[in-house]
Design a protein around this ligand. Structure first.
Ligand code: NAP
Length: 321
């Protein structure tokens, strides 16, 4: 049961932040008749939440002053560091506040943020999330929690059943949660690579994409099947005006964190390195094509090229005509 007087704030309304913030706001309204405070750097991204009754704050310091629990969902390490610096510099009573970061960042950055906030007396937890935007919209994410037990007790009512289907408790040190997320991203990216290679193999042997996709559905589970669908329905290379399911730039960051974290302990992630190289080449393809937004599954285009196929499938060519 949530503490009735607890004031909640949300910073960062990108595709994931917007979905999670809406679900928490809806929960607050239905259970307590209160609203979620929010702030986003680009104000227009808060219009939908404001229309639902969310309370707009004009700045990070304003949000920090008005919130007991401050959730963050930003793009990368630099963004979270900048937001945390603004929270610290605002001089609000940080010793009474809890900061919760849902962003996927490097475990080293999580450790630095934990230390900076601890020096101010604030409590901090890392809660990176597993699942793409449609899953976030359904409130069905998997949340990895690491931080003090008291923080878990305070924020648990807003996790399972609100933004998450399940919460995986990782430990007391926040960086353990981002380390788990990094490990998960490495496995997801490796699976994507294998499915991309399997599709190219099936195309060149004449086996065909349909039967391969059916096999993935029947025998390899929903994640593998969903990766396949991203390739066969052209999601890997979104049509003009369409947004990626998950942005290529975020995948570059995520796989880069995994490869770097492993390197620090003397582990060479060979599959991770291959994926990273393919993602970098997909990024170069995007740059050569007017910064066309690509999905994290766009490594498929590079795997196609390496086997003498066009980056674009016939499906994509027809759709873009
Ligand atoms: N998308 C997915 O499928 C997925 C799945 C799991 C985890 N994640 C992780 O979740 C996080 C958010 O992903 P997303 O897809 O929601 O990203 P996104 O749509 O690109 O949103 C990024 C958010 O960060 C804000 N931001 C960026 N730089 C900032 C700065 N310097 N100061 C303040 N705000 C800043 C953006 O504000 P503006 O609106 O002003 O640009 C926006 O609100 C990422 O770490 C990602 O790796 C994503």
């Amino acid at each position: 049961m949530a503490t009735p007087s607890l004031r909640l704030g949300w910073i960062g309304l990108g595709s994931m932040g917007n979905a999670m913030a809406k679900n928490i706001h809806t929960y607050l309204q239905s259970r307590r008749g209160t609203s979620l405070c929010f702030y986003n750097r680009t104000p227009s991204r808060g219009d939908a939440l404001e229309a639902l009754g969310g309370e707009r704050c004009a700045s990070v310091p304003e949000l920090a002053a008005r919130s007991d629990v401050i959730f963050i969902s930003a793009s990368d390490d630099a963004a979270v560091q900048s937001i945390v610096e603004q929270i610290i510099s605002c001089g609000s009573e940080l010793a009474t506040k809890i900061i919760v970061d849902t962003t996927t960042i490097h475990p080293n950055t999580t450790r630095q943020i934990t230390e900076s906030l601890a020096a101010q007396g604030a409590q901090f937890a890392a809660t990176p999330v597993f699942g793409a935007t449609p899953v976030a919209e359904q409130g069905r994410l998997l949340v990895a929690f690491a931080g003090p037990e008291s923080v878990y007790q305070t924020i648990a009512p807003f996790l399972k059943g609100v933004i998450a289907r399940e919460v995986l408790q990782v430990g007391k040190e926040p960086e353990k949660a981002t380390l788990l997320k990094t490990t998960g991203n490495f496995m997801m990216a490796g699976l994507m690579e294998i499915i991309a290679e399997a599709h190219v193999f099936a195309e060149k042997t004449g086996l065909g994409a349909d039967v391969l996709e059916r096999l993935l559905e029947l025998n390899f589970g929903t994640v593998a099947h969903s990766d396949s669908v991203r390739m066969t329905t052209g999601v890997y290379m979104p049509g003009k005006g369409e947004a990626p399911w998950s942005d290529l730039n975020l995948a570059l960051k995520d796989v880069g964190h995994g490869v770097d974290s492993a390197k620090q302990v003397g582990v060479s992630l060979k599959v991770g390195n291959t994926v990273l190289e393919h993602l970098k080449r997909a990024k170069a393809y995007s740059d050569e094509n007017g910064q066309r937004p690509l999905d994290s599954s766009s490594l498929y285009g590079v795997v196609r090229q390496d086997s003498g196929l066009d980056f674009r499938t016939e499906y994509v060519k027809k759709r873009d005509q």
